[in-house]
Design a protein. Sequence first.
Length: 162
Amino acid sequence: MPSLPIDQDAHEESDEQDPGADSVESDRGPFRNHVVGERDEHESILADKASPVAPATVGRSPFESENNMILANVSLTPSTTALPGSAALQQIANGIAAWALIGALVALLLGAALWAVGSHTQNMHQSSQGRRAVMTSLAAAILIGAAPTLINFFFNTGLSVR
């Protein structure tokens, strides 16, 4: 690409208008002779010739085709004896469930007492708080007792998905 001539008048006018132009070390400032003109170590992208580059491809790699794609057959069979420490982990889960049931029992007793005292003293706020504590502790006990069955149900439902 031939270089275009530089307008010397424009060059001199820009020096007069730009007070900081003298601080540039060389004759070539940021707006002077950057894209067109003489080319040195700073070549411009616009002035470069197009380099021979292969066109970009989007999609599958050449090693992957739709016909020879192999899906891995993965299976899952949970076993409590497959890993060491599984018996200890089961004991920990049983202990946590026992503590949770004890906590639900304590919450039920405190809620029932709060409900009774609130009803006896005609304190509606205390009575409703007691009722809420009783219902919450009963729901917690139901969830704790049904947890293994719920987990197994949803696990088996997930296995039936094809």
